[in-house]
Design a binder for this molecule. Structure first.
Ligand SMILES: Nc1ncnc2c1ncn2[C@@H]1O[C@H](COP(=O)(O)OP(=O)(O)OP(=O)(O)O)[C@@H](O)[C@H]1O
Ligand SMILES: [Mg+2]
Length: 447
């Protein structure tokens, strides 16, 4: 992409309504525009990152054996009456009527819809296990939408639902979700810590929230500092192997890590004092096993091996995809702007032409642009006739992890400059070497 042809409406002024850094930078970098309270238009660069996050979620769910589909955003109230949640859900549910006076709602979550699809199509235990999911817009009429996409009213969420014959199988599904979520967040450059969450009226220990540590997080969290040393990394895992998945759950959840909702002073006191941490966190996902609550209420039953009709064991598992943009920026920025992790960056590399109009500089930039593109990478080439300082400021604000700077003086010596956004360190290299470096960083083979 050439910046002269892109749509990147960067703001010079800091928008006064934005209280936290991710919100400020998303507005300033031209990623989103508020349409009304808690509802945002996704401008090209915001949309690009959103799509990248969505793709990572899809890829990791596919590895776990979970199946993608798509449900409508507008749903009939009748299904929600069946589960008993229509009246109970309260003011967060946006309700409406169609022209025939039928009660409709904008889906805040989709347990009922998925349970309905399941019960209409699956009758035998032989079709289990089954986990279906979607990535779809949700609407919750939050009383205080704030912090930009972090607490919107309309937001993009991955929601998955497992259907299993037994509790044991459903807990395996729970563990698969935990593993796949750990991988998902790590690919996004995040550390998201599974913390024991409140299971509400259903009870049981089978719910964890994933929290990204950040001062601006809305949850207060308490944890054993050892937990931040854990990483999943690129280890191989067989998602069908119950023992392997269970071992990961134990590894990542046996140390103390809880939000204020489940915090227990007496338990926390057992953590060695020098490892006790209190901090704030952003909830970026949650997994939940809730047994037969919905299958009982909605008649989602299958025939078991003995011919008995039994309600299926279910759980639901969510990732706040649009909230993740905010969380990533909260976790990765400096006073100049965003610093995208390589896994989610909207463009792999920026190219800054210090002297647009200079024949040699123009040609060198074009050549670098073409080579990177040929490698399957997406560079953003600032070909505008702006001052160098303004170009650097834009690049720093939008946070591409790598920048190649090209100017007539360097070219005389056969070099360009390769700069890391994160460390600010620069190196002078021949253009081919800079391209090779970028290719290596993103796992591409340069010819
Ligand atoms: N209003 C919102 N705006 C953006 N993302 C949200 C919002 N509400 C929930 N999410 C995201 O969707 C995920 C799954 O939804 P879930 O039903 O668990 O939310 P929740 O526990 O009600 O969230 P919260 O406690 O933050 O209101 C959450 O972990 C969060 O990342
Ligand atoms: Mg939650």
């Amino acid at each position: 992409m050439r910046l002269s042809r892109y749509f990147l409406p960067v703001l010079k002024e800091t928008p006064s309504e934005a209280q936290i850094v991710s919100h400020r930078y998303m507005l300033r970098a031209g990623m989103i525009k508020q349409a009304s309270a808690g509802i945002y238009s996704w401008l090209p660069m915001g949309f690009k990152v959103l799509r990248k996050l969505e793709n990572i979620v899809h890829e990791e769910q596919a590895k776990a054996g979970h199946i993608a589909m798509l449900m409508p955003t507008l749903q009939s109230a009748d299904l929600w009456r069946e589960s008993g949640r229509y009246d109970g859900y309260g003011e967060e549910m946006l309700r409406m009527q169609d022209r025939h006076g039928r009660d409709m709602l904008f889906s805040p979550t989709a347990e009922e819809m998925f349970t309905d699809v399941f019960r209409s199509n699956v009758t035998s235990y032989k079709d289990l296990p089954l986990t279906l999911y979607q990535i779809q817009w949700k609407f919750r009429d939050e009383i205080r939408p704030r912090f930009g996409v972090m607490r919107g009213r309309e937001f993009f969420m991955k929601d998955g639902y497992n259907f299993d014959l037994t509790k044991e199988d459903a807990l395996h599904a729970y563990n698969r979700h935990l593993v796949s979520y750990l991988r998902t967040y790590e690919r996004m450059g995040l550390q998201a810590i599974p913390m024991r969450a409140d299971s509400g009226p259903i009870g049981g220990d089978y719910t964890h929230e994933f929290l990204v540590l950040a001062d601006t997080g809305e949850s207060e969290v308490f944890y054993d500092s050892e937990i931040t040393d854990l990483t999943f990394g690129d280890r191989e895992i067989d998602f069908d192997d119950k023992a392997q998945c269970q071992a990961v759950l134990e590894e990542f959840t046996s140390r103390y890590a809880r939000t204020d909702e489940t915090h227990d002073e007496a338990e926390f006191a057992k953590v060695p004092q020098d490892r006790q941490r209190t901090a704030r966190g952003i909830e970026v996902g949650q997994i939940f096993y809730f047994g037969t609550q919905y299958s009982d209420a909605m008649g989602a039953v299958v025939q078991d091996g003995e011919g008995n009709k039994v309600p299926v064991h279910m759980g639901s598992h969510g990732i706040g995809v649009s909230r993740l943009l905010g969380a990533i920026i909260e976790a990765s920025h400096d006073d100049k702007g965003i610093i995208w992790p390589e896994g989610v960056t909207p463009f792999h590399c920026g190219i800054v032409n210090l002297k647009s109009g200079d024949a040699e500089a123009d040609a060198a930039c074009e050549a670098i642009y073409k080579s990177l593109t040929a490698l399957g990478l997406e560079p953003l080439y600032d070909d505008r006739s702006e001052r160098a300082g303004a170009k650097f400021a834009t690049m720093d604000l939008i946070g591409l992890p790598w920048r190649i700077t090209v100017g007539p003086r360097g070219l005389k010596n056969g070099v360009v400059e390769l700069t890391s956004r994160r460390t600010g360190e620069s190196e002078e290299l021949p253009p081919e070497t800079a391209i090779e470096r970028i290719a290596q960083i993103y796992g591409k083979v340069s010819g």
